[in-house]
Design a binder for this molecule. Structure first.
Ligand code: AP5
Ligand code: MG
Length: 229
């Protein structure tokens, strides 16, 4: 199974991808996490990426695809792409990569959340430094104060691009560059939209129910590749 999660910043892509990893055994591949790891490594390319990401803009497709390629293996159960593709050109790049792997996309899940709900989600977000488990000051604190539910870690981090200034830029970039990819997948019959205002566990159930329905035929997956961009 190959899934793509699309949605504005703070929609809950990482939260649902982590659940899909735990419950379906899918490998969680987040281009945002790959970029942050490159920044943390202090490499030359990491230093180039840092200011772009912190401003809420996109590094070049070349940079993103070069980070993605080495991790895009085909594990037994498949993978879930979180935050890729997010431009029409990245769709082309993904299709070429999947063709080389002789794989077809299973579903694209859009998590739809009104923009007015997102600032609170992003400014309240923090995550475990050790395992990456995602929390929120307002809606999802660890069960034991300052101890990660997932791994027992006690160090937490906040993202540089979760400042109000970056968030408004990220939303604008989403609207201009990423929203158009939804029409492409809708026309290909692969898009499933969920209401991200529901609780994470309600969304888990909705995704699970949807995935248990008959998968689209290989024909419909291939047909989606023939839509023009
Ligand atoms: P990326 O890391 O992908 O960030 P994003 O797309 O902005 O999305 P977020 O990670 O902020 O939000 P999310 O949807 O994962 O929400 P989460 O589950 O954490 O990318 C960062 C940057 O890297 C980009 O801006 C860009 O610069 C660059 N980049 C990445 N990919 C790229 C690409 N392909 N091309 C070019 N550049 C790229 O949840 C958010 C909060 O809400 C949490 O606190 C959580 O607890 C809470 N929450 C989750 N679900 C719910 C719910 N249902 N109800 C209430 N609260 C919830
Ligand atoms: Mg995320």
């Amino acid at each position: 199974m190959i899934l793509i999660l699309v949605g504005p910043p703070g929609a809950g892509k990482g939260t649902q991808a982590s659940w899909l990893q735990k419950n379906y055994g899918l490998k969680h591949i987040s281009t945002g996490n790959l970029l942050r790891a490159e920044i943390a490594s202090q490499s030359e390319i990491g230093r180039t990426i840092q200011s772009i990401v912190e401003r809420g803009e996109f590094p070049s497709d070349e940079i993103v695809v070069n980070l993605l390629k080495p991790v895009l293996s085909v594990p037994e159960k498949g993978f879930v792409l979180d935050g890729f593709p997010r431009t029409l050109n990245q769709i082309k790049r993904l299709e070429a990569l999947l063709k080389d792997m002789e794989m077809a996309l299973t579903r694209v899940i859009e998590i739809s959340v009104p923009y007015e709900d997102l600032a609170r989600r992003l400014t309240g977000r923090f995550s475990c430094k050790e395992c990456g488990e995602i929390y929120n000051d307002y809606s999802h604190l660890p069960k034991i104060k300052d101890v990660c539910d997932g791994c027992g870690g006690t160090q937490f981090i906040r993202r540089q691009d979760d400042s109000l200034q970056s968030v408004s830029k990220r939303l604008k970039v989403y609207e201009e560059q990423t929203r158009p990819i939804l029409d492409y997948y809708k026309n290909g019959g692969l898009l499933f939209t969920i209401d991200g205002r529901k609780t994470p566990s309600e969304l888990n159930q909705e995704i699970s129910h949807h995935l248990s329905q008959q998968a689209p035929s290989p024909d419909s997956c291939l047909k989606s590749h023939s839509f023009s961009l």
